[in-house]
Design a protein around this ligand. Structure first.
Ligand code: GDP
Ligand code: MG
Length: 206
């Protein structure tokens, strides 16, 4: 097998849309009904094999700074992919995604692979953002739309697999880069499903 590649993925979106839940669902196969506020930016890793190539994903979660629209440049820096998450029952959270996309493009240009994630599809009966509205918006910013439920583990594996494949497409096939691929990146040393920081405080909201 050729050498592995590591991609940095960042999650962005309003508080309580399900960012942490999506990561837990994907990396730990777990779901918590309570909102747990992350105290510091942290990342989890996941290893997968795509087209015979080992891919390590470093998946970054915010530390609640989204409340102040104040994610620092370190959070975005060298990200290969970004998930812009909204809650389909909350129109505000969808509108906020537009601001995050602008900020992201300002910080990273057009190189980053964008995914708009419509989460909580298990709450279809309370939907306030139509699929068509979300689809039209995603197309307008050159992003792909995904439909997920972290609660029911729907669409999550597909989302990360597809994102990994899209990021991999941007890598030259003869590349043997073993760390992050964006130029000037901080190498991320992968370890399987580890916390960058797991200091968390139980704190319900929503
Ligand atoms: N019904 C439903 N609830 C979800 C889903 N994903 C997250 N939640 C709930 O939404 C709340 C906020 O989730 P959390 O992951 O903490 O959001 P974050 O602030 O964006 O990280 C918690 O109560 C979760 O249990 C989902 O797919 N469906
Ligand atoms: Mg969170």
């Amino acid at each position: 097998m050729s050498r592995s590649v590591t991609f940095k993925i960042v999650l962005l979106g309003e508080g309580c849309v399900g960012k942490t839940s999506i990561i837990s669902c994907y990396t730990e196969n777990s779901f918590n009904n309570k909102h747990v506020e992350t105290q510091q930016a942290s990342f989890k890793t996941k290893r997968l094999t795509l087209d015979g190539r080992r891919v390590d994903l470093a998946i970054w979660d915010t530390a609640g700074q989204e409340r102040f629209q104040a994610l620092g440049p370190l959070y975005y820096r060298d990200a290969n992919g970004a998930l812009l998450v909204f809650d389909i029952t909350d129109e505000d959270s969808f509108n906020r995604v537009k601001g995050w996309v602008k900020q992201l493009k300002r910080m990273l240009g057009d190189d980053v692979v964008l995914c708009i994630v419509a989460n909580k599809i298990d709450l279809e009966k309370d939907r306030h953002v139509s699929m068509q509205t979300a689809e039209e918006y995603a197309q307008s910013v050159d992003a792909k739309l995904y439909h997920t439920s972290a609660k029911l583990n729907q669409g999550i594996g597909e989302l990360f697999n597809d994102l990994a494949a899209r990021m991999l497409q941007k890598v030259p096939s003869n590349s043997n880069n073993t760390s992050t691929l964006r130029s000037g990146g901080i190498p991320i040393q992968p370890s399987s499903t580890t916390d960058g920081n797991d200091r968390q405080k139980s704190n319900t909201c929503c």
